[in-house]
Write a protein that binds this ligand. Structure first.
Ligand code: AMP
Length: 269
């Protein structure tokens, strides 16, 4: 497996791969089975799988966890090699933003971004789209896999691809969970043992709500009855438009704060 850190070296490597179907898995590192599921999916479809590991400063607001975001590069490289990824690209912030953050940015579709995570994290999706488009332009992948764990992000990336006529096929991958139901996340590393237990109320609430809604209860009522003070949001939304809805099709979205850790999860109904 190749490990490259500069735009110049990866571009020159890619010259040798012109006839290959290339997949990109964009990550911020601290890899876990959720990320590995994306690599596995890509291995089924593509000839050459590239994993990018880059903690993107552009998508963090000043009060967020940019500086403490977990960094486990050696372990990440081992995991990628085990999954038979072909190349890991782990550039520095200076490599990606040589002129700092005062750069041209992509603006996310406001209908999709002005809700859920976009409310409390106003820089998030513009920052994500800007780095994703930069990675697409550097790597020129044929396909890219993104996780449904970040469902709003997935829709916003798909919309950018449509709006900007990008020739990249997006493959969504289902949420990978721990045995007890907690969605895997690099941020789970922040949780103490007690907080890890407390965090289970997020997937448990989603499952209970799903069950009650499937039995015919009104989603709005269910959400009101299951509301927990740790929730930043708990909402039923249309899975394509993200408009608030009380009718099918719908998807439930939760963001909860466990201690200082902000966790998100969602479930299809
Ligand atoms: P991140 O490193 O958190 O930016 O995530 C990189 C990619 O992995 C994104 O497409 C995420 O949606 C995906 N991902 C993260 N956690 C999971 C999970 N538990 N299940 C499926 N995909 C995930």
């Amino acid at each position: 497996m190749l490990h490259l850190k500069t735009v110049k070296t990866i571009k020159s490597e890619l010259l040798n791969l012109k006839d290959k179907k290339i997949a990109l898995i964009a990550t911020m590192g601290a890899l876990h089975q959720g990320h590995l599921a994306l690599i596995k999916k890509a291995k089924q479809i593509a000839d050459f799988v590239i994993v990018s590991i880059f903690i993107n400063p552009l998508q963090f607001s000043p009060n967020e966890d940019l500086n403490k975001y977990p960094k486990t590069l050696e372990n990440d490289l081992e995991l990628c090699a085990k999954e038979k990824a072909n190349l890991v690209f782990s550039p520095s912030a200076e490599e990606i933003y040589p002129q700092g953050q005062n750069i041209t940015k992509i603006i996310a579709d406001s209908k999709l971004s002005n809700c859920l995570c976009g409310i409390s994290r106003p820089q998030l999706f513009n920052g994500v789209l800007t780095i994703v488009l930069k990675l697409f332009n550097i790597i020129k992948p044929d396909i890219a896999c993104f996780g449904e764990k970040d469902y709003q992000q997935l829709l916003i990336i798909k919309k950018m691809i449509f709006d900007l006529n990008l020739d990249i096929e997006i493959y969504p991958v289902e949420i990978i969970r721990d045995l007890d139901g907690l969605a895997l996340s690099s941020r789970n590393k922040y949780l103490t043992k007690e907080q890890r237990l407390e965090a289970l109320k997020i997937p448990k609430t989603l499952l209970t709500a799903k069950d009650l809604i499937q039995k015919g209860q009104n989603p709005e009522e269910v959400i009101k009855n299951l509301w927990d003070p740790c929730f930043e949001y708990f909402e039923a939304r249309n899975p394509e438009t993200l408009k608030k809805t009380n009718d099918f099709p719908l998807r439930l979205f939760i963001c909860g704060h466990i201690g200082n850790t902000r966790l998100i999860d969602n479930v299809e109904i």
